[in-house]
Structures are given as C-alpha cells and as structure tokens.
Design a protein around this ligand. Structure first.
Ligand code: KIV
Ligand code: ZN
Length: 516
C-alpha cells in the first residue's frame, strides 16, 4: 500500500552529503547562514551534519538546532550507539528534530566492508533504530546502497526498521547505479511486499553518477515515495546528489504529471543557489538546469524573436518563478536587428536617434570580434557614432600595425573619403604613434596630441576600450573619442574623430572666407 500523503517532503542534505564533497569543511557560521536560507526556501527537513564526525560538525549542528526555526533539523548517525547519542545531544535544542541512522545493506557493505552476516546487520538495525527512537520521536533509517541490496533482504530490512519505530525509510541509490525503470520496480516491490510500509514515509536519496538522479527521484515519487533527499546545486559525493532545484521545479512545472506538490517557496531558489555557490566556493556550470547562468538566456536570433513575441515559446517556466528578475537575451552576432534595436530602446534611445541599418551593421562587426555584446557596449557604439555620421568624413577602412620588442612600430592605413580610398604607411615610436602618422600622411594635417586617456568601458578580457584625446591643430583644439576592443584601433578612431572635426572646421572657415 502506498503512503497516502499528498505532498512531497523536501529533505535537504546540502550541509551533510553536499558538505562532504567540498575540499574543506564549512565553519559553523557558514553552515548556519545556509541553514537560515534553507528555512526561507521552505525545505521540510535540513540535514545539518554528522555530529559524531568532528567537534566542528557537532557544534554546527547544535547551533543550527538552536537557531534555525521552521524546518525539522536532522543529524546523521551510523547505526552505532555512540553516533546516535552524540547526534541526539547535538539536536537537543531544536524545536523539531530527527535522527537519521544508516548502515550499508548490500553484499559489498556487509561482506566487503563490515565483515558481517545478514543477521548481524539486522541486529544493528534493530538496536540503532530502537535507541534512536528512545532519544527522539522522529527517526529515519537508511539501508545504504539499497540499490544493490538483494530484494528479499531489503524487504526484511525495511520491515524491521519500521517495526522498530522508523517513521521514514530512505532508499538510497548510493552509487548512482539504478535507472528510472529499475528504481520504479524496486519502489513498487517494497510497497507490495513490506507489510507495514504504510506506517512510514518512503524517501529516496539518489546520487548522480550517471546523470539520472533527478529522473530516478521523480520516478520514485510517481511510484509512491513522498520524500526526496536532495542538495542545492546538486552538491554531494562524487557527481553529487539529486539537485533540489531540479526536482522542485519539475514538480512545480509538471504539476499535471506529479500531482503531489512540495512546499518550497520557489522564488527563493536562485538566492539559495548563489549563497551555496559562494559559501561553498563551488561554481555552478552555466548550462545547469534551473540555476545555471544560461538557464534563462536566449542567444539565437530565432529564439530571441520568439521571446519578444510570445515568452513561453522558449521558456517553460518564468525566471521570476525562481527569483530571477528577467530572462537574458545574449546579444551576439546571431541576434537579429529586431532584438538589438529593442534593447537599444530599452536603454533609453529614441527611434529617431538610431540609424537602424548602420547601427546594426556596426553591432555585427563588434559582435564578431567580441562575442557577447553587453548593454554598455551598445551605449559605447551609440556614443561613437558621430565620427561616421557625416558623409564628407574620412573613414578608417583598414589599419594594420606591427610592433614588438625588436621591431620598428609600423602602421599601414587606408582611409575612405567620398568614395575614394587613400593608403599610407608610417613608422613611429609605438603602434599608436605609427598609426596616427600614417593618417597624417593621408590628410596632410598637422596635429599634436596633447592629452590621451584610455579607459575600459566593459568588463573582461574582450572589454571595449575608449580612447579620449585632446589634440591641437592650426584650426584649434579638438577632442576625439574612439571605441574598440583593440586599443590601437580605439586610438586610431579617436584620432579620426579629431581629423574629421578639423576637416569640418577647415570647410567651415573656407565658406566664411568665400562669403566675405
Ligand atoms: O548515499 C548514501 O547512501 C548516503 C546515506 C548516508 C543516506 O548518503
Ligand atoms: Zn549520499
């Protein structure tokens, strides 16, 4: 008979199984911060640690038991008296507490590790669950490596643990070896063959060695399990445990299939994931389901266009449902003009300010060089448009510089003006000097750069740099601005900005002379 409980309990083991997998154990204070957030997230049970394993872990569990309100606080203990007594002591201050005791039941554990017979292990289970129940009302028992334990023996183990007072029996796939089909058969088998199974909640604890932890856990729920043991960001031994965010969101999004909801406040998922990532110093892969940096990011033109029109075309859950502000549109060379221009408008540019075709062309050029184009890149592109907006302007068509330790810096430039191309080369003290001298050779202008500033506009190694310069010529003092991912090109563009201002000033002065 199945548990008739109509919801799924979320048992979080980030601070126990998850912590075991970290290069260094967490301090009591760090564990406490995570536990508080888990309470905010609404997990039902927090497995706070393994008190007997170290004085530090004992203290951490005790502190969480004292300070964190809401969830049941649980401690892990081997099926050994001393472990169980220590666990009960650490949990004492908790308003709601649980002792989780376990022993390996598969032949590998019985024979290979403990050198015990089946009967010896049954005796350990009897003794440990009984003791735990004397010390705590809420006891969970786990036959470790249940996935590889013989069916008949597993049934006997589960029946005994329940008979001794375990309220929850957890079925761990300790080595991530089972598959959804096999796990379903195993859970069905327990429900069909263990006579007192209705007296306990059946829980599952799946490891992710073959990437099936989430599928296995959810299959078990479909077959009557009502507690999932999981960890934030899927932390845990080896390939980790079932990821909390995955099972919770699967149950939420596919409520049509899993008719047993959790009580998780899903909007706290992202905050929890980030906190665990930062405190545990364990990065989350960008393509990780639900909480990965790309989980709500759209890159291809077709996807972005779809998102602009009808959001759920490419999103099965909203970013807001896990506590994110919005989806992210990655602006890359694959983005269509519709998306790029819509982003520009969101940034506050009016339609009239944008020369759509020209801007998109420049965006694509930048995206080809830089990969992802960020908002400040777009602003920088808009800012530097002035030098190219004038029909009579010189344009920088080609720039090639060679410089290095034992090389004389040399630059070749090709400038466009009213449909014609002019090419020159020059040497200089450095790459920028060579480039500006080559430009001077084309224009014939005499320009002295009096001030030169380089600043990074965007972040990362492919950041856009902005060069601002002040230059003097016979016609006056001019400022020039140039933006590029390449600082020599940014300098040349800033210089071209100056050149075009001088050219316009020359034209303007000529007109005045003629009129006079
Ligand atoms: O993986 C496992 O079997 C465990 C038990 C202690 C439940 O972590
Ligand atoms: Zn485990």
């Amino acid at each position: 008979m199945k548990n008739d409980n109509n919801r799924v309990y979320i048992f979080d083991t980030t601070l126990r199984d998850g912590e075991q997998a970290l290069p260094a154990s967490l301090a009591a204070d760090q564990k406490n911060r995570i536990a508080r957030q888990l309470a905010r997230l609404g997990v039902d049970i927090i497995e706070a640690g393994f008190p007997v394993s170290s004085p530090g872990d004992f203290e951490a569990v005790q502190r969480i038991a004292r300070e964190v309100k809401g969830p049941v606080i649980c401690g892990l203990a081997r099926a050994i008296d001393n472990d169980i007594i220590s666990c009960a002591k650490a949990l004492k201050p908790a308003a709601r507490k649980r002792i989780h005791t376990f022993v390996g039941t598969s032949p590998m554990h019985r024979q290979g590790i403990m050198h015990k017979s089946k009967e010896d292990v049954l005796a350990m289970i009897k003794q440990s669950v009984k003791l735990a129940r004397r010390l705590c009302d809420d006891v969970e028992f786990s036959p470790m490596d249940a996935g590889r334990t013989e069916d008949d023996y597993l049934c006997a183990v589960v029946e005994l643990a329940i008979a001794q007072g375990a309220r929850t029996v957890n079925i761990p796939d300790t080595v991530g070896y089972t598959t959804p089909e096999l796990f379903a058969l195993q859970i069905d088998m327990l429900f069909n063959r263990v006579p007192n199974i209705d007296k306990a909640i059946i829980s599952v604890h799946c490891h992710n060695d073959l990437g099936m932890a989430t599928a296995n856990s959810l299959t078990a729920v479909s077959h009557g399990a009502r507690q999932i043991e999981c960890a934030v960001n899927g932390l845990g031994e080896r390939a980790g445990n079932t990821a909390l965010e995955e099972v919770v969101m699967a149950i939420a999004v596919r409520g049509d299939i899993f008719k047993t909801p959790t009580r998780i406040n899903t909007q706290e998922i992202m905050r929890t994931s980030k906190l665990v990532r930062d405190i545990c110093n364990m990065p989350v892969q960008p393509n990780k389901a639900v909480v990965g940096g790309n989980a709500f990011a759209h890159s291809s033109g077709i996807h972005q266009d779809g998102m602009l029109k009808v959001k759920n075309t490419f999103e099965i859950m909203t970013p807001q449902s896990i506590g994110l502000k919005d989806s992210r549109m990655n602006l890359t060379s694959r983005s269509g003009s519709h998306m790029v221009l819509s982003r520009l408008k969101q940034l506050g540019y009016a339609d009239a300010e944008i020369d759509k075709q020209a801007f998109y062309q420049r965006f694509i050029e930048l995206a080809d060089k830089k990969g992802t184009v960020y908002d400040d890149d777009l602003v920088a592109l808009m800012e530097s448009k002035s030098s190219e907006d004038f029909k009579d302007s010189y344009t920088l068509e080609y720039l090639n510089v060679s410089s290095g330790r034992k090389t004389i810096p040399t630059a070749t430039v090709r400038l466009g003006l009213q449909g014609k191309i002019f090419q020159e080369a020059a040497c200089g003290d450095g790459a920028v000097d060579a480039a500006t001298k080559a430009i001077d050779r084309v224009t014939g202008f005499k320009i002295t750069v009096e001030d030169f500033k380089l600043s990074a506009l965007t972040e990362g190694r492919e950041a856009q740099g902005r060069v601002t310069m002040i230059a003097r010529a016979a016609e006056g003092v001019f400022t020039g601005i140039g933006t590029s991912t390449d600082i020599v090109e940014a300098s040349a563009l800033a210089y071209m900005d100056v050149v075009n201002k001088i050219a316009r000033m020359k034209k303007f002065k000529k007109k005045i002379v003629i009129r006079n």
